[in-house]
Ligand binder design. Structure first.
Ligand code: ZN
Length: 257
């Protein structure tokens, strides 16, 4: 009888002492003396815990990237935070303070659906402030979404095409559900009645769901009210929605000077 396949031929055992776990039996297996089983198990558990932690980190990075991707903040505003907004005058300082307070009290803002309107000249940093708020909402774990009126209205109109796989109601929900929606460039386009109706649906939808909206516009206050219509404008002002008028000298003009 051939016993060459029997492991017994290769095994011998010796009593050993582990400094941590006390006595154990070490066996010679394929030319290697086995370690303390408790130590091996601990090492295996540590390796598994490390892998679980790495996996958890990867999933959380993926979720963060997905959230950031959904936020759709334009690349040129990607690094605009409230912390790196440089107020050039007392009015800008005041606007920054309002933005900081809005972001810091976002749990209450979100609950009440309190809106914010930034109006004023091009190049005063309105979008920087709004994006800075969005970054803080994202960091808090909320979902903020940035959209120009053109793209927001466009996402609804797209669903009217016969080839569209998305329903209009879903496209509207995508704009109504996020914790914060920033609507940029309000009033840049002339705006057909259809576009104004869609814009009203978005603002009103968020109002009814008590979701806060930040509106950014280069129009003067009266012009913006005329553009949005009194009803939508009232929705934005209701419940303490603040109007921040940014009419100081343009940042770009100053930098150029
Ligand atoms: Zn041990």
């Amino acid at each position: 009888m051939d016993n060459s396949e029997s492991p017994k031929r290769y095994v011998s055992a010796v009593a050993q002492t582990c400094t941590q776990h006390g006595e154990y039996v070490s066996m010679l297996i394929h030319g290697t003396w086995s370690n303390c089983v408790a130590c091996d198990l601990a090492a295996e558990n540590a390796a598994m815990a490390g892998e679980r932690e790495a996996w958890r980190k990867e999933l959380s990075a993926r979720a963060w990237n997905a959230k950031l991707g959904r936020a759709a903040i334009p690349p040129r505003f990607a690094d605009k935070h409230l912390g790196n907004y440089d107020p050039l005058c007392a009015e800008a300082e005041q606007a920054l303070l309002i933005a900081k307070r809005y972001a810091a009290s976002f749990p209450a803002v979100r609950k009440a659906g309190t809106c914010l309107i930034f109006v004023g000249d091009v190049g005063t940093g309105k979008t920087h402030l709004a994006v800075g708020i969005a970054h803080q909402v994202l960091e808090q774990g909320g979902q903020a979404i940035f959209a120009s009126v053109r793209s927001a209205v466009g996402s609804i109109k797209e669903t009217w095409e016969r080839t569209s796989t998305k329903k209009e109601a879903q496209a509207l929900r995508d704009l109504v559900e996020p914790d914060l929606l920033i609507l940029d460039e309000v009033g840049v386009q002339f705006g057909s009645d259809t576009e104004k109706l869609i814009l009203f649906d978005i603002i009103n939808g968020r109002y009814e769901a008590t979701r806060p909206t930040i509106v950014i516009s280069n129009l003067a206050v009266a012009e913006l009210e005329g553009y949005l219509g009194a009803r939508a404008f009232d929705r934005l002002r209701e419940g303490g929605g603040r109007l921040v008028v940014c009419n100081w000298e343009s940042y770009r003009a100053r930098r150029a000077a």
